[in-house]
Design a protein around this ligand. Sequence first.
Ligand SMILES: Cc1cc2nc3c(=O)[nH]c(=O)nc-3n(C[C@H](O)[C@H](O)[C@H](O)COP(=O)(O)OP(=O)(O)OC[C@H]3O[C@@H](n4cnc5c(N)ncnc54)[C@H](O)[C@@H]3O)c2cc1C
Length: 347
Amino acid sequence: MSWLIRIRPGVLVVFGSSAIGGAAYRHFKPGSAEASLNPHTFTPYTLVDKQDVSDTSAIFTLRHRDGAPDPESVKEAWKRSVWSVQVKQPQLQIARAYTLLPPKTDGIQAGEKEAEDVRLLIREEEGGEVSTYLHRLAEKSTIELRGPNVECELPHDIKEVLFLAGGTGIAPAMQVAQALGRRTGSKMHILWANRRREECIGGVSDEHIPANPIIHSGTSWWRSLIGLGHTAAPQAVVDKHSSQGKGVLVQELEALKECSQAGTRGLSVQYYVDAEKTFIKPGDVAKRLHVEGPEEKGSRLILVSGPDGFIEHWAGKKLWVGGREVQGEIGGVLGQMDLKDWNVFKL
Ligand SMILES: Cc1cc2nc3c(=O)[nH]c(=O)nc-3n(C[C@H](O)[C@H](O)[C@H](O)COP(=O)(O)OP(=O)(O)OC[C@H]3O[C@@H](n4cnc5c(N)ncnc54)[C@H](O)[C@@H]3O)c2cc1C
């Protein structure tokens, strides 16, 4: 189990225990060809599908090579955590973390099926060792995974989540959306920023966002932070990466929204596109921090996920202390705001 403790105003510390890892260990039979995904050894999966999302990112679908069922740890992780797996680059013997996308909504909740395909949204980083290796693999290749690794556990009394996502940071946002879909009365807002429209073709915000050409003319803060110039998506690229005018992630977000309508107070999504000069503003965050009434008891969480520059801009840097990564002070834009009773977690 892991939990959040505020040790002084503006500081969050995460403690973790091996409850989830322990559960996985009980289900792992060393030497068995059918060993399930576990946090101790790499388990072979087969790449069964790769669906392009844009020119630089794709959804990889991986299937357990021997069809072993998901361990309890995975089923538990889907219910209450943001979690990832490590993917191995066997030639260099290095691994990187990737966040699982929730299974496509088909009326069956994640964790209820015997074995799920693993779906990863992977952006190809220029010069990146593991992401470029993965993007070059042919179908039917073997990819080895280790996990689950719980990044953040949702409090049991979670009532509301505001998720600031940059780029592939949408994957953990979708995990949280499916987990909250099981919690009656919960509510979630996703503010998703992308550099280019091709990542979120056809995504229409629940609330109109006016473009702001005056403040953000030329290169944006986010683009300049990561050193990229201005690029608009050519129509051919847009056509290539959408079906019926909607990108695959937009379609999945819409399905999650529909599911959330049954038992929750809803999921809202705002799309921001750098190239269209729409940017998440502090006011977009502030207006979602209001609490509706005293009857709305429960914890509220702001999650921030995306490239390092995005996290730093909104919530300040994560730190390394004693060989492990910790949350550090809440800095950046959120550090300047009145967050009321909302906690902040940097993913
Ligand atoms: C918990 C977690 C979950 C994640 N989930 C996802 C996910 O769902 N999807 C996703 O796409 N990513 C995700 N990531 C990021 C992912 O783990 C990798 O960091 C990312 O894919 C880059 O890895 P790489 O090996 O390809 O690049 P690296 O080899 O690590 O390089 C990263 C960048 O640094 C540059 N670089 C490397 N070495 C140098 C150097 N010496 N000097 C200058 N520049 C250098 C490279 O050119 C590249 O642009 C996640 C990360 C974490 C921690």
